[in-house]
Design a protein around this ligand. Structure first.
Ligand code: C2O
Length: 532
């Protein structure tokens, strides 16, 4: 039960807390989590951003790597955390449930190893998420929260505001997580700059900034030094709406928290000046300026040789309406998301990973295309040619792309404006990818390829593809298994902006798929993606 605004509300929780408990580990640890499902929902837990090296069965993607844990059942997740440090998150990976079932996963260096930056005085998780009014059929919320609290710009919440007490002169490591379902969020602290030192648990070149932006699923580690006069300062988060047609200031109030210096007497806190909701330039500046800390812990240079090149268009399309439902849209159609004109269908009888491991056919097809079926002016919003129109009717299919062990995969992700134009946060399970470049317009393989950063590109597990723009990613497929690649907007999951990679076994037993754990949940009941 939580009460961020004026009314009490029942929500599903982990161990009765919202956000859920922070999990603290060190790099090199084995993490063991017993999940006991006392709820009435089917559930899985995904360790967002964890490499799951040789432990694909523990990835927690519902119907991709496992069948769900059914009510009154339990399952133990156990995996090693190696080769990554920083802040990640864990969350439920059955549609919608991640609204409230999530928390911080903090990976510190092995004992005796320092951070590649001055040791902070204290570390503070800061989680952004939504206040949930309703979970089914679709989540409805009425406020953004910081660490479960709505703060003083919302009714009944004046005294329910996240409060960070600081000592003047000390430095704090903020471990910032965007666990909101569907919203990119700006974050700012009045009168203070921060130094970004990691994104998605990858160390960055220290980057001084007064504003940050996080897509759903992204994390930022930032150092905050209490270097201002003793007093009180607001921190605030506000949505970034990149879709065309969204006015500069929709009716959204910033959600505020407070930085309180030791010794401060009550006063009017300073307020940060927030960017406009459609400030694409500020969002793009922050996203594209981050670089990786070359030579830092776990850094590996960008592979120069590319084995698999893919060009993937992404966006929304329309689909003929099934007869039993009522659809709103031109020509009686419904919205469908797509990657290369494929709308991903989540299997319903058995997980893809089991189908792959046991050679069960008919669950998925290995025909995810490397190119879109037609080329057109991807970013044009209004003038649609006949060929664009074809792209408005994607094919519903469970398609995968199979790649050889240790191959380097390069993906140009091209956003489209077929129905709407907005930033999509694309998340890859099991790997970090290098983000070699971001840009606007149609990707040009000659002009734009020359400008890619192969020296110190940022690394992510989730990247926001600019509205009407593109990103270029590269990853090394060094972990066998079935790995989901999808838009991390919760509303876009059922729309099928999703595909999966199958990474084949390597030449040795150590580079091959492990056997499934003996207690892997079985799909004995109707295992639809929505629970019963
Ligand atoms: Cu954080 Cu597939 O998700």
């Amino acid at each position: 039960m939580v009460k961020p605004l004026c009314k009490e509300q029942m929500i599903p929780t982990v161990n009765g807390s919202f956000p859920g408990p922070t999990i603290n580990v060190r790099e090199g640890d084995t993490l063991v989590v017993h999940v006991i499902n006392n709820s009435t929902y089917n559930v899985t837990i995904h360790w967002h951003g964890v490499f799951q090296l040789k432990s694909v069965w523990m990835d927690g993607a519902n119907m991709i790597t496992q069948c769900p844990i059914q009510p009154s059942n339990n399952f133990t997740y156990q995996f090693d955390i190696t080769g990554q440090e920083g802040t990640l998150l864990w969350h439920a990976h059955v549609v919608n449930l991640r609204a409230t079932l999530h928390g911080a996963l903090v990976i510190r260096p092995r004992s005796g190893r320092p951070y590649p930056f001055p040791k902070p005085y204290k570390e503070v998780p800061i989680i952004f998420h939504v206040r949930l009014l309703e979970l089914r059929p679709a989540p409805v919320s009425d406020a953004y929260l910081i660490n479960g609290l709505a703060g003083d710009s919302y009714p009944c919440s004046q005294n329910r505001m996240f409060n960070l007490k600081v000592v003047q002169g000390k430095t704090y490591l903020l471990r910032i997580i965007n666990a909101a379902l569907n919203t990119h969020l700006f974050f700012k602290i009045a009168n203070h700059n921060v130094t970004v030192v990691a994104v998605d648990a990858v160390y960055t070149t220290p980057y001084l900034t007064d504003v940050m932006i996080l897509t759903p699923g992204q994390t930022v580690d930032a150092l905050l030094t209490a270097d201002q006069p003793i007093g009180m300062y607001y921190m605030a988060t506000i949505p970034y709406f990149s879709a065309i047609g969204i006015p500069a200031s929709p009716d959204t109030k910033p959600t505020r928290g407070l930085i309180v210096y030791e010794g401060a007497t009550s006063s009017l806190p300073a307020k940060p000046l927030m960017p406009a909701a459609n400030d694409i330039a500020t969002a793009h500046r922050f996203s594209s300026n981050i670089t990786s800390l070359v030579g830092g812990p776990h850094w590996t240079p960008v592979p120069c040789h590319v084995d698999e090149k893919m060009f993937i268009t992404m966006g929304l399309g329309l689909d003929p309406c099934p007869s039993e439902t009522k659809c709103i849209g031109p020509l009686d159609q419904r919205l469908a998301g797509s990657l290369n004109n494929r709308t991903f269908m989540i299997p319903e009888r058995i997980s893809m990973q089991e189908a792959y491991f046991y050679n069960i056919t008919g669950v998925y097809a290995g025909d995810f295309p490397d190119q879109p079926p037609v080329k057109f002016d991807y970013t044009k919003f209004e003038q649609r040619t006949n060929s664009d129109f074809k792209m408005m009717f994607p094919e519903r299919k469970t398609s995968v792309k199979t790649v050889r062990f240790n191959s380097t995969v390069e993906i140009v992700l091209q956003n489209t404006g077929i129905v709407t134009r907005e930033s999509h946060p694309m998340h890859l399970h099991g790997f970090n990818f290098y983000v070699l470049g971001y840009g606007f317009g149609n990707y040009d393989p000659i002009r734009d390829a020359r400008k890619l950063n192969l020296l110190n590109p940022q690394m992510h597990n989730t990247v926001g593809v600019p509205p009407g723009g593109w990103v270029v990613l590269r990853f090394i497929a060094n972990n066998p298994g079935v790995w989901l690649f999808h838009c991390h907007m919760d509303a876009h999951l059922p729309l099928g902006i999703m595909m999966a990679f199958i990474v084949q076994n390597g030449p040795t037993p150590e580079t091959s798929l492990p056997s499934p754990p003996s207690n892997l949940p079985q799909c004995t009941r109707d295992p639809t993606i929505y629970d019963s």
